[in-house]
Ligand binder design. Structure first.
Ligand code: SF4
Length: 325
């Protein structure tokens, strides 16, 4: 992370869910989806959050954007505490942190023309006159690569990539500073993925946006991120500058994720650790290091104690007993 003060500060963020485990007799168990996560994101930067499906990435994003209250911990935006205060009741705060999702179709009203979808937030927040709002919608369409004549169409008349452009335009309508991008290209073909990633990078450069970019795909995250955090079973196991992480991955889980990324250059750096087995159920997480049942480097201590976070070099932190003990 750089020396500037972070725009978004996530401190010790934790989220538990009560889950039914039986009906007769009725039983519940605690599922910890996010486990004491601490992260900073500086203005104009992207933090890529990567991990397998079900590791808690989206739950973390929902807590940052105000959709889900944490069980424990804080989120600060521009120094302002968001949870435990009435900050999310302030429309200005809500406007400043927006989210885009994997499947825009489910969040785009099929009975609305896309001009109206993009301008809906402007109307709800009573921003500008009707003419100013129409003008702003046209600007947003141009900014995101949607042709003016397409404004009268409905969402189902667009391809997946175009629908994602519409959802980005809608998110931008409220002049956000932070956008939580939750698997925004996972449902798209690879060539379309590149177009949407390029668009997000271009918008960041033009508008100074800050992204939390959530993905299961390290190849995708590499294209957009300044820093990358690797999440496993609700915990951050490694975090570093993008280039450090790819050149010198430390945690066995990060190495396994990188080994699974197809490489255009077969002579390039290899970190071949093959990931075995399934991610364990968060209802009964393994003792000690939660990665130990799948870790090829597992030692006796790993199943007995929880590793602390160690800084292996400036800005590069890892939770693994192979380091610092
Ligand atoms: Fe593997 Fe042990 Fe490191 Fe966990 S602490 S990643 S089990 S070596």
């Amino acid at each position: 992370m750089n020396e500037a003060s972070p725009l978004l500060e996530i401190r010790d963020l934790t989220r538990d869910f009560e889950v039914k485990t039986g009906t007769l007799p009725a039983r519940t168990a605690r599922l910890r989806a996010v486990d004491h996560v601490t992260l900073d994101i500086c203005k104009g930067e992207t933090l890529g959050l990567v991990g397998e499906s079900g590791c808690g990435k989206s739950t973390l994003g929902q807590m940052v954007v105000g959709l889900l209250p944490p069980t424990h911990g804080d989120v600060r935006f521009g120094g302002k505490l968001l949870w435990g205060t009435h900050a999310f009741d302030d429309p200005l705060v809500r406007r400043k942190i927006q989210m885009i999702f994997q499947d825009p179709s489910s969040s785009l009203n099929p009975r609305m023309r896309i001009k109206k979808i993009i301008g809906e937030g402007l109307s709800i927040h009573r921003m500008g006159t009707r003419e100013q709002r129409s003008q702003r919608v046209l600007e947003l369409m141009e900014l995101t690569g949607i042709l003016p004549e397409q404004g009268e169409r409905y969402a189902h008349e667009f391809s997946g990539g175009q629908r994602q452009r519409i959802s980005i335009a809608r998110a931008l309508s409220l002049d956000p500073e932070v956008i939580i991008c939750d698997e925004p290209v996972s449902a798209l073909d690879v060539s379309i993925q590149a177009q949407i990633l390029n668009l997000l990078v271009k918008l960041q450069g033009e508008l100074g946006l800050t992204y939390l970019f959530i993905s299961h795909d390290l190849a995708v995250v590499k294209k957009v991120s300044h820093h990358i955090a690797v999440m496993y079973l609700g915990r951050i196991v490694e975090i570093a500058d993008r280039d450090h992480l790819y050149a010198n991955p430390c945690h066995p889980y990060t190495k396994a994720l990188l080994a699974a990324v197809p490489r255009p250059d077969p002579a390039g750096i290899r970190h071949d650790v093959v990931l075995q087995g399934e991610i364990p159920s968060p209802l009964s997480p393994p003792s000690g290091c939660v990665f130990h049942p799948r870790c090829p480097m597992c030692m006796d201590v790993c199943s007995q104690e929880i590793p602390e976070e160690i800084e292996v070099e400036k800005g590069h932190r890892v939770r693994c007993f192979l380091f610092g003990k």
